[in-house]
Design a protein around this ligand. Structure first.
Ligand code: NAD
Length: 348
C-alpha cells in the first residue's frame, strides 16, 4: 500500500487519525481535511467495509466533501469525517460508541461529529457522554438542531424551485413534473413540499411499499426503482444513493434538470461535463443538500433557533444561481464552478 499522502484521494488532509480500542472492538478513522474556516465538522459513518483501505478512501473523500459543503453553506466550520469499521453483522455496542466518543474528545475539538449512514440520534447521545464535540443531539422545540433530514429536504425543495426558475422560467412548482429517486427522510420530505405546491410527482424506492404509501398520500405515480432515472420529467431528483450519474445513465436521461439531495451524485468529475454537454442544468449536490449541516452546525455552535436555520436555508437558491451564472459566463460546468468557489473559500 502506498504512503498515505500518495493515495489518489489524499488531498493535503490536515490530519488522518486511526483509532483502535481492543476492549470494545472499536476500529475507526477520523479524517480532518481542513480547519481553515473552523473546527472540522462532518458526520460519522458506521459501515462494514470489505477492507480497511476502502474505509480510508471513504474517510478521505467524504471529509474533503464536507470542507466543500460547509464552506459553500457559509458556515464557520471546516470539513472532517469519521468512519467506524463495523463487522459484517454491523454489531454496535455502547462500549464501542463510548470509545469513539473518547477518540473524538482526544482531538480537542478539531473534529465535531454528527450523524451519517448507520448512525442515529441515540448513538450520538451515547457519544455525547464522552465528548461535547458532537451535534445532531435531540433539541427542544424551536431550537436549531436534531434530525437534519427535514432541513435538508427544505433546502433541496428551495433549490429545485430555483432550478425550475432557471431552466423553465417558472416561479412555482405547480404542474411541474418531478421524478424522485428514493423517498426516505430527504426524498419523502421533498415530495411532500412539492406536492403542497401542486407539482406532479413520480416516485421510486427500492422499498416499493414505502413509495406506494407516499404516492397514495400525495396522489403521485410510482415507477420501479430501475426506471426512475429514465422517466420523462422536468426534474430528476436523486435522493437515494451516490454515483448514480454515469456516462450511461446521463445518456439516458429525459429531463432538463437534475437537482436532488443525494451526496456524491456524479460518479466521476467527467460526469459533470457530460451533463453540461447535454445542456442539463445540474444543482451541485453539496450546495443544494446543505440544509441538514446548517441545522446541526448552528446547534453545535449554540447560535441559533429555527428562524436562523430557515433564514440560512433561503440562501441556497442564491448560491445555486451564482454558480449557474458563473457557469454560463465561464463555460465551466456547474460542478467545477462549485468546486472552484469552495476551494477559494478554504484557502486552497
Ligand atoms: P434514507 O435512508 O432516509 O432514505 C433513502 C431512501 O432511498 C430509502 O427509502 C431507500 O430505500 C431508498 N433507496 C436506496 N437505494 C435506492 C435505489 N437504488 N433506488 C431508489 N431508492 C433507493 O436516507 P436520507 O437521509 O433520505 O438520505 C438520502 C440521500 O441524501 C443520501 O445520499 C444522503 O447521503 C443524502 N443526504 C442526506 C441528508 C440528511 O439530512 N438526511 C443530508 C445531506 C445529504
Amino acid at each position: 500500500m502506498p504512503a498515505l499522502w500518495n493515495l489518489p484521494d489524499f488531498d493535503a488532509h490536515e490530519g488522518v487519525h486511526f483509532f483502535s480500542d481492543p476492549a470494545s472492538g472499536l476500529r475507526a478513522i477520523v479524517a480532518i481535511h481542513s480547519t481553515h474556516l473552523g473546527p472540522a465538522a462532518g458526520g460519522t459513518r458506521f459501515w462494514h467495509y470489505a477492507d480497511g483501505n476502502l474505509a480510508l478512501t471513504d474517510a478521505l473523500r467524504l471529509s474533503r466533501g464536507m470542507s466543500f459543503k460547509n464552506a459553500m453553506a457559509g458556515l464557520p466550520v471546516g470539513g472532517g469525517k469519521g468512519v467506524i469499521l463495523a463487522d459484517e453483522a454491523r454489531t454496535k455496542t455502547p462500549e464501542m460508541l463510548a470509545a469513539f466518543g473518547r477518540a473524538v474528545e482526544s482531538l480537542g475539538g478539531r473534529y465535531v461529529t454528527a450523524e451519517d449512514v448507520g448512525m442515529g440520534e441515540a448513538d450520538l447521545v451515547a457519544i455525547g457522554r464522552e465528548t461535547r464535540h458532537v451535534s445532531g443531539l435531540p433539541v427542544d422545540e424551536g431550537h436549531a438542531g436534531g434530525d437534519p433530514g427535514p432541513s435538508t429536504a427544505m433546502g433541496v425543495f428551495l433549490g429545485v424551485k430555483a432550478a425550475i426558475r432557471q431552466a423553465l422560467g417558472k416561479d412555482s412548482a405547480e404542474n411541474v413534473h418531478v421524478a424522485i429517486q428514493g423517498v426516505g427522510s430527504v426524498g419523502g420530505g421533498l415530495a411532500r413540499l412539492l406536492a403542497g405546491e401542486g407539482a406532479r410527482l413520480t416516485l421510486a424506492d427500492v422499498d416499493m411499499g414505502r413509495a406506494a404509501n407516499l404516492a397514495g398520500e400525495l396522489s403521485a405515480t410510482t415507477v420501479a426503482a430501475a426506471d426512475i432515472l429514465t422517466t420523462e420529467a422536468d426534474v430528476i431528483s436523486p435522493c437515494a444513493l451516490g454515483a448514480i450519474l454515469t456516462a450511461d445513465s446521463i445518456a439516458a436521461l429525459r429531463a432538463p434538470i437534475v437537482a436532488g439531495g443525494a451526496n456524491n451524485q456524479l460518479a466521476t468529475p467527467e460526469d459533470g461535463d457530460r451533463l453540461h454537454a447535454r445542456g442539463i442544468l445540474y444543482a451541485p449536490d453539496y450546495v443544494i443538500n446543505a440544509g441538514g449541516i446548517i441545522n446541526v452546525t448552528l446547534e453545535y455552535l449554540g447560535q441559533g433557533d429555527r428562524a436562523e436555520v430557515e433564514a440560512r436555508l433561503t440562501q441556497i437558491p442564491g448560491r445555486l444561481e451564482t454558480i449557474w451564472a458563473d457557469s454560463a459566463s465561464s463555460g465551466e460546468t456547474a460542478a467545477r464552478v462549485a468546486d472552484r468557489m469552495a476551494m477559494a473559500l478554504i484557502g486552497r
